[in-house]
Every structure is written in C-alpha cells, then in structure tokens.
Design a protein around this ligand. Structure first.
Ligand code: GLN
Length: 312
C-alpha cells in the first residue's frame, strides 16, 4: 500500500520535496541518448519503503522512467546470488574507480574495477544466465521485477535509442572479453545490457527494490526472497564504495547511505535494516547524478539521521 501525505513520514517527505523544489540545484537532463533528452525536468518524486513492507511516497510517484544504471546494483545482486562472490570477483573487482561511468577502467589483473561503472556492469550482465540477448534479458527482467514486486516493462524507444548510439558500450564489452572477463558473445550481452537499462520503473518501485536490499534480500511487500543475505550485503558494500560514480567519496561524507544513481534521474539509497529510498528528478549534475535527488538525500541523511555513521 502506498500512503500519501497522512502519516508523519509521508508528511515529512512531502515537506522535504517542497523544500528541495524551492531551492535551485541546477543540472541538465541527459542528452547523450537522444530519447532521454525528452524527459520533463520538472518531474520530482520521493518514496520510502520500510523493511516491514510499508511505502510512503510523495510528488510524481507513478510517473515511469528508465532505470538506467540503477539496474547495475540489482543485476550485481542477482549475479552474486547465482555464482557466489568469489567467482564474480574473479571477473569484476570491487574497488572504486574514481573514473566516470563510461571509462575504460581495468585493474592490474585485467578486471573491470567495479560493477557500478559500465565496463563492470556489462561484464556482470554477461555472467547472468546464458544464450542470446532475449534469454539473457528474460532473466534480468524477471529478477528486477521480483525486486520491485511487480512485472516491469521495457521502454522500446529508449532501448532503440541506446542501441543505436551505444558504440562505446560495445567497445567496453569487447575490451572486457579480450581480457577474458566477459562471458558469451559481446553483441548478445551488450544488447541485453541496453534493455536492462531501458526497464521502466517509478519512484515507488525504486523504494521497494531498495527496501529488498535493506531487508537482506527479501522483498518486504511480497515476502519473496529475491537474493540471499550475502548477495544483498555484498551489493550494499559495493554501492557504498562505487555507487555514485566519481563522487562516491563526497557521497560518503555528505550522505553515507549505500546508493546507486542512473542517468534517467533516479537514485536508490538504503538504510540497512530500516528503509529503502527512491528519488526521481531528471536534471543531472556534472557527473550524472540527479541534482535534486542528491540534495534530497543529503537532507535525509542529516535531518532524518539516515547517515550510517552519525551518532544520533
Ligand atoms: N544506459 C546508460 C549507458 O550505458 C546507463 C548509464 C547510466 O545510467 N549512467 O550509457
């Protein structure tokens, strides 16, 4: 059940939304994928879902947008659940890269630095399932849908736009395969990755997905165990160190919650054992994180005491 401005939490979230809306955070809607440039910059929504299955949401709570890089965190959880951390870690590292999301960033063992940048995410996607792009995407869509607790659909127009402008992602896939890290045929894997990024969610879905990680892998709304405790824990660890691209260090100081952003304007953040939070606002800052989303999460960290290292 989604509750709007009644409970104190919902009221606090809607006050927060109005406050951040009234501030000037700048940013620009992503335009490197033509279809993303059409997003309405005024859209803004915030949702929080407890590990007991209650969801509070305010603003544009049902507007759908593409999940983009937020999918990387959840696909990583699925891959770690399927293969175990040791196997996955021999193909994709867990070190922050300090580099932009589309960088060529390998460690000395030839592994992509981490699964939150495109190079590592495409490699992680290659480890999930097998076969052609359709089969690979089927298991991704099913897994993401279980995190959200409902059947998620593909945005065909964004997918086609990604696929027709995705030369760099093809190149990253080929480099990973050349290093012996990517499994399968590059074209199939990269195509599945483009579809993975083009899955439609709303901000409430993001909160439920995040709360599934907060609850150690069990979706608190459906009761479905989506991934094991360990896979959820490893995912939160990697999100902590690498979820916000080359702003991950600033993020730890300013917000501290494990988080993942996407160029569609969404961000998920987690207070382990308590809440999953979703924020959505399309204008992005210079590194590709939602500008209002970052501002809202900073307020949540400090005024709501959600920074994990704060003593009160
Ligand atoms: N589909 C995008 C890409 O691979 C995802 C990037 C992102 O959200 N940062 O370019």
């Amino acid at each position: 059940p989604v509750e709007h401005a009644r409970a104190p939490i919902a009221q606090a979230l809607s006050d927060l939304l109005e406050q951040v809306r009234g501030e000037d955070h700048g940013g620009a809607v992503a335009d490197y994928i033509p279809e993303l440039a059409k997003a309405d910059p005024n859209l803004f929504g915030i949702a929080a879902s407890t590990v007991f299955g209650r969801t509070y949401a305010t603003g544009d709570t049902t507007h759908e947008f593409t999940i983009q890089s937020i999918s990387k965190a959840f696909v990583y959880a699925l891959v770690v659940d399927e293969h175990g951390i040791d196997d996955v870690r021999s193909h994709v590292g867990v070190e922050p890269s300090g580099a932009p999301f589309n960088a060529i960033s390998f460690d000395s063992a030839g592994r992509p630095m981490n699964p939150m940048i495109n190079l590592g995410a495409i490699t992680a996607t290659s480890l999930l399932g097998q076969g052609g792009a359709d089969e690979r995407f089927d298991s991704i869509r099913l897994g993401l849908s279980r995190f959200a607790g409902r059947g998620l659909q593909l945005d065909e127009a964004v997918y086609r736009s990604e696929a027709s402008t995705g030369d760099r992602n093809h190149a990253l896939g080929s480099l990973s395969r050349a290093e012996g890290m990517l499994r399968g045929a590059v074209d199939d894997v990269v195509d599945a990755y483009f579809r993975q990024c083009s899955v439609l969610v709303n901000v409430t879905d993001l909160a439920v997905m995040a709360s599934t990680l907060a609850a150690g892998g069990v979706n608190p709304v459906t009761g479905d165990r989506v991934v094991g405790d360990e896979a959820a824990r490893h995912t939160l660890s990697v999100m902590s160190s690498s979820g916000m691209y080359d702003r991950s260090g600033d993020w730890m100081v300013d917000v501290g919650m494990p988080a993942k952003s996407g160029v569609g304007g969404g961000i998920v953040a987690i207070t382990p054992g308590k809440f999953g939070i979703g924020v959505f606002s399309p204008p992005l800052d210079a590194v590709g994180n939602s500008a209002r989303g970052v501002a809202a999460l900073k307020h949540l960290a400090h005024e709501f005491g959600f920074h994990p290292f704060a003593r009160s």
